[in-house]
Design a binder for this molecule. Structure first.
Ligand SMILES: *[C@@H]1O[C@H](CO)[C@@H](O)[C@H](O)[C@H]1NC(C)=O
Ligand SMILES: *[C@@H]1O[C@H](CO)[C@@H](O)[C@H](O)[C@H]1NC(C)=O
Ligand SMILES: *[C@@H]1O[C@H](CO)[C@@H](O)[C@H](O)[C@H]1NC(C)=O
Length: 323
């Protein structure tokens, strides 16, 4: 009986003409591809289980000692996918997470920043965001980190980088993707913003170095975000984003000759304790989570880590400018 059925199936298949077979095959493959692309959307738009949770307890946990408020630029059309990618991954390790959006969403902590959503006016957006944080959340954190939905932050390493500094020290690290102390934010809003000679008063145009200028003019120090070996910790480009060219450095390769970051010698110039990655696609957020927080190559002994020493105010002059 079963044998009979299978032979009849074979017969009907052989009756199909070539083009029709390819058509069916095409539809089948198309269906599978659609499934692959659609699943993260279905998965992420589910609004159940949105509570913040701090993953894996660490031996050294700086969560309470170095409090970081993260503010992430997004827009309402991206809430369900891109913003949710941040919310579900590194965003949950911030002491407070605020999405600067064009539509309020209390569940994920998105606020409606007036005039946000227009991509061009990023300088206006930056100023409004910092003013908002200053007005409503200044006392809720020691440090304030700016990011977008294409940024992946390793919060533990950020806290370790900031640990030596006091939040009453006016200092910032990295720009774009800046992190600044409470004192720095205070100076920006109190001194720089209202003063046209210190800070660009026009709203239009990109942020592009303007924030850096306003901070420098308000005597906020530019901290050095490199590690003790001089390796970069901030504004690293997701290795996936550039055809993996960073992973196979070749000084003669066109990529390395023409790209702005050509002197970085690939990932070899990156710290082992990186802080921020940029241009990370949404679907890679979860991939990063797995690679950083779960994946282990068997056989390594645990590294004996230690915290950097606290910097006392007298040594402030030693903090060199640069990223
Ligand atoms: C949060 O983390 C705790 C401890 O790891 C765990 O027991 C709990 O199930 C988690 N909650 C959610 C909603 O993931
Ligand atoms: C603006 O800053 C300049 C330079 O520090 C200063 O001379 C001036 O008094 C400031 N203006 C106001 C209104 O605070
Ligand atoms: C780790 O390093 C500290 C100081 O650097 C040292 O006192 C301690 O004995 C080390 N622990 C291990 C297990 O090597």
């Amino acid at each position: 009986m079963a044998a009979e059925e299978s032979t009849s199936t074979t017969k009907s298949t052989s009756k199909l003409s070539g083009p029709l077979l390819f058509l069916l095959l095409g539809i089948g493959i198309g269906y599978l591809i659609t499934q692959v692309f659609l699943w993260p959307i279905f998965n992420l738009s589910s609004r159940t289980n949105l509570t913040l949770n701090i993953t894996s307890k660490r031996d050294v946990d700086l969560y309470e000692e170095v409090r970081v408020l993260c503010f992430v630029y997004t827009k309402s059309s991206q809430h369900h996918l891109e913003a949710m990618g941040v919310f579900r991954t590194w965003g949950k390790r911030c002491n407070k997470l605020v999405f600067m959006s064009d539509k309020e969403d209390t569940e994920m902590g998105a606020i409606n920043l007036p005039g946000n959503g227009k991509r061009i006016e990023t300088w206006r957006k930056t100023k409004q965001a910092l003013k908002y944080i200053y007005d409503y959340h200044l006392d809720e954190a020691d440090w304030f980190l700016e990011a977008d939905t294409r940024t992946y932050v390793i919060m533990e390493n950020l806290r370790q980088m900031l640990y030596p500094y006091s939040s009453s020290m006016p200092i910032y690290f990295g720009s774009p993707g800046i992190v600044m102390s409470r004192a720095a934010l205070r100076r920006f809003v109190d001194l720089s913003l209202p003063n046209a000679t210190l800070c660009e008063p026009k709203d239009t145009g990109a942020t592009m170095g303007k924030l850096r200028e306003c901070l420098n003019n308000a005597k906020v120090m530019a901290g050095n975000s490199r590690d003790i070996k001089g390796r970069r910790r901030m504004y690293l480009i997701d290795p996936q984003a550039r055809l993996n060219a960073y992973l196979r450095y070749d000084p003669n390769y066109w990529f390395w000759q023409y790209i702005a970051y050509r002197n970085q010698e690939g990932t070899f110039s990156w710290s082992n304790y990186p802080v921020t990655f940029h241009y990370v696609q949404n679907r890679n957020m979860f991939y990063f989570e797995y690679m950083i927080y779960r994946l282990k190559g068997f056989g390594h002994k645990l590294i004996n880590e230690s915290l950097p020493a606290k910097i006392v105010e007298a040594k402030e002059a030693e903090i060199t400018a640069g990223r």
